[in-house]
Design a protein around this ligand. Structure first.
Ligand SMILES: [Zn+2]
Ligand SMILES: [Zn+2]
Length: 288
């Protein structure tokens, strides 16, 4: 992390962490690529990326640790051994923290199969609760009736995550904000790549909701669940690309969120494709 940003976050009272300048590319030889890359943002937050050699979507998963329980956002794409990986990480964390292995709560950025494929396997594990990626189930679990207007929160023990409904890409999109680190997780709604929009009016409202939320809370980074953009501005890797040696970083800023909001407003209710330096607004009717 750049020293100035670190200093500013320290002033805000946020726990700092690090992000890779480059995530491990999936290739060129898949035989040498591990199924998962696990990056410790800090001691109590792991960011996990599935290899493109397993599934071209290469989604990111996030594992938060509180004093009472752990929370996992998303369970990966395709056939994986996520039910081996996550218990290993829980045990490793517990050993280092000198604590019992925490119970696990699993939630989702949204319901698409590249983020939910490990659900069944994880639900079969001991001490694990998987909340289905459906608005009704999320409302009940977070005690936040009134989807998508109402926000919720969940306490992991000394660590509160805010839950912000942001439908539009899907019906069950849910942003998470971690008050300890100031990280805002935005799933497939905002990430460096193609922002596919299924329900445009809902998406516009969701982005407005996120902007409003970030007026009250400091944002260290905005982290979505894919990287499709290259380091060259306005350029992305084609869909189904496995090997992306020149891909950009995962993190976006609140400035990117504000840019997205103003570009959507400029469309005045008429969705159209718009390529920007770090992402593309990509309205479409049906999703893959
Ligand atoms: Zn999606
Ligand atoms: Zn996705």
């Amino acid at each position: 992390m750049n020293t100035l940003i670190g200093l500013l976050l320290a002033i805000e009272g946020l726990q700092t962490g690090t992000l890779p300048r480059q995530w491990r590319p999936s290739g060129p030889n898949c035989a040498e690529v591990p199924a998962w890359q696990v990056h410790e943002y800090n001691a109590n937050l792991y960011i996990i990326r599935e290899s493109g050699c397993t599934n071209y979507e290469k989604p990111f998963l996030f594992l938060f640790f509180g004093e009472k329980r752990a929370l996992l956002q998303d369970t990966g794409a395709g056939m994986t051994d996520v039910d081996r990986l996550i218990p290993e990480l829980l045990a490793q964390w517990a050993k280092r923290a000198n604590r019992p292995v925490p119970p696990l709560l699993v939630v989702h950025s949204h319901s698409h199969s590249d983020h939910t494929s490990g659900d069944k396997k994880l639900a079969a594990l001991h001490n694990t609760t998987v909340i289905p990626a459906k608005p009704e189930a999320i409302e009940a679990a977070f005690q936040m009736p009134g989807w998508p207007q109402k926000l919720g929160e969940i306490d992991l023990g000394g660590r509160i995550l805010d839950a912000i409904p942001i439908p539009g890409h899907d019906t069950a999109d849910l942003a998470l904000y971690d008050r300890l680190t100031g990280l805002l997780l935005t799933g497939d709604t905002l990430y460096p790549g193609r922002l596919y929009i299924r329900d445009f009016p809902a998406y516009v409202e969701s982005i407005d909701r996120l902007v409003k939320f970030t007026k009250s809370w400091p944002v260290a980074h905005i982290l979505g669940t894919h990287i499709e953009q290259s380091r060259t501005p306005f350029t992305d890797y084609k869909i189904r690309t496995v090997y992306q040696p020149d891909e950009t970083v995962l993190e976006l800023t609140r400035g990117d969120l504000l840019e997205l909001q103003s570009e959507l407003a400029a469309m005045a209710g008429k969705p159209r494709r718009r390529e920007l330096s770090r992402f593309t607004i990509f309205p479409r009717v049906s999703l893959p």
